[in-house]
Design a protein around this ligand. Structure first.
Ligand code: UD1
Length: 419
């Protein structure tokens, strides 16, 4: 599982460069099955999840080479349409391969991804949308088998702005005869990045980043593309929270500030000074610090659930009472017990978290149960007195590239121990 060991109380200072976005590269890697040709992806974050997606591509029959942050995929010789079960278990978002394989081969199967540490994570929106597009779905012993003679035109009304369902429907629609319209779709920047990739490849997707996306089917895609993955706004936001909790002075580079407006607004309300330019965000300490009366997570452009644990760590160290409401995932609260072990005072009332700020934290051994929960424990460890051991580093490494190295350059005392 691995662990991170942090000696707290060092102020972070300096500059840190944001890596490519995990939530953009995963759907784009799935998209590379579509063209039956070569895709060269640059600025790929080499994360555990990236390697799972690469293993899925290889298992399907793609040739995949990588060096540093460039991955080259040749999908010409895909020879199966079933995604391997043990790889689906390792990464829930592999469900995105269903839409991509269906688009190219008119059939695909994948085992049910099931729940995860964030709670139940159903895929009913994905499957209902596919059914509306004339795709036959059969479920056989935990295996979802999808098949069609023809993907049909449809208007899909998503019941909720689901990121994965929006991406899966886009992927399944690339070669539709006519048009697929997705209403109430997710607007996350990573959806725009996937649409930009696909449009550069020859697809016709309009409206990505708005509430309605229209995909007009094309006959064929190009057989070569070179594409650079967008930066990771959640990684950048995590660094801002880590800088803030140490009263540091940090410039996070390679990140358009607009992606993190919901977070920087909160940081400014607390009292931090934020300075932005076109492609970077700098943070430093202000005069006073205030708690946040109420903060809730919602789909983009509102406050992201993927930064809820990290902002909680920070608020837990700010005098007064702050309240966070988690609206996206029913069980995104596993970090609270661990934060309290370090001395935080956080109470839970269903999906409401009542955070009573404390002056100091004391290092201890804590357990990361999921990716962002793990990041929030590192954040708290940077503030705590003494040594904090964060077990379960494998979760954190799913989404942060070279976290220990990047934090060390900023002045943190952190070590990664691989078991
Ligand atoms: C993506 C992100 C994840 C982020 C989440 C919300 C990737 C790889 N992952 O996950 O980091 O936390 O968006 O911003 O991009 N739901 C259903 N039925 C469905 C689909 C979703 O009920 O068919 C529910 C989910 O259980 C959840 C909510 O809708 O409560 C949002 O899920 P969704 O936006 O689909 O998240 P993911 O795409 O899985």
């Amino acid at each position: 599982m691995g662990k991170y060991i942090i000696e707290g109380k060092n102020k972070l200072s300096g500059e840190v460069f944001t890596s490519g976005a995990k939530n953009a590269v995963l759907p784009i890697l799935a998209s590379t099955v579509l063209n039956g040709g070569i895709c060269v992806l640059k600025n790929v974050p080499m994360l555990l999840d990236t390697f799972v997606a690469i293993d899925i591509l290889k298992d399907l029959g793609c040739k995949v080479d990588y060096s540093e942050n460039t991955v080259v995929i040749n999908s010409k010789d895909i020879n199966k349409t079933q995604v391997k079960e043990d790889l689906v278990k390792k990464m829930r978002s592999s469900i995105i391969f269903l839409g991509a394989l269906l688009s190219r081969f008119k059939e695909a199967s994948i085992s049910y991804p099931g729940g995860c540490n964030l709670g139940k994570r159903p895929i009913d929106f994905h499957l209902d949308a596919f059914k509306n597009m004339g795709i036959n779905i059969e479920e056989d012993n935990n295996l979802i088998k999808a098949k069609t003679d023809n993907i049909k035109e449809a208007v899909i009304n998503l019941p909720f702005k689901s990121v994965g369902a929006t991406q899966n429907v886009i992927l399944a629609s690339i070669f539709v005869k006519g048009r697929v319209v997705i209403k109430n779709c997710a607007k996350e920047p990573e959806i725009i990045d996937m649409a930009n990739f696909l449009n550069k490849l020859g697809a016709n997707i309009k409206g990505a980043g708005t509430d309605v996306i229209t995909i007009t089917g094309v006959d064929k895609l190009k057989d070569f593309i070179e594409y650079e993955i967008m930066p990771d706004r959640i990684e950048a936001g995590t660094f801002l929270c880590m800088a803030a909790i140490t009263d540091g002075n940090v410039k996070v580079k390679n990140i358009p500030p607009i992606y993190l407006k919901a977070l920087t607004d909160v940081l400014q309300k607390i009292g931090y000074i934020i300075e932005e330019d076109k492609n970077s965000i700098a943070i430093k300490q202000g005069n006073n610090k205030n708690p946040i009366d109420f903060l809730e997570t919602k789909p983009y452009p509102y406050f992201p659930t993927d930064l809820q644990p990290q902002i909680m760590s920070l608020l837990a160290t700010i005098k007064g009472t702050s309240i966070i409401k988690e609206n996206i995932f029913e069980a995104r609260d596993k970090h609270i017990k661990e934060l309290n072990k370090l001395g935080c005072n956080i109470l839970t009332d269903k999906d409401m978290f009542i955070i009573n700020g404390v002056k100091s934290l004391k290092g201890d051994t804590v357990f990361s149960k999921d990716l962002r929960g793990g990041a929030c424990l590192i954040c708290a460890g940077l503030f705590a007195e003494g040594k904090t051991i964060v077990e379960g580093a494998c979760y954190i490494n799913r989404g942060y590239e070279n976290l220990d190295k990047k934090l060390s350059i900023l002045g943190a005392n952190i070590k990664y121990i691989k078991d």
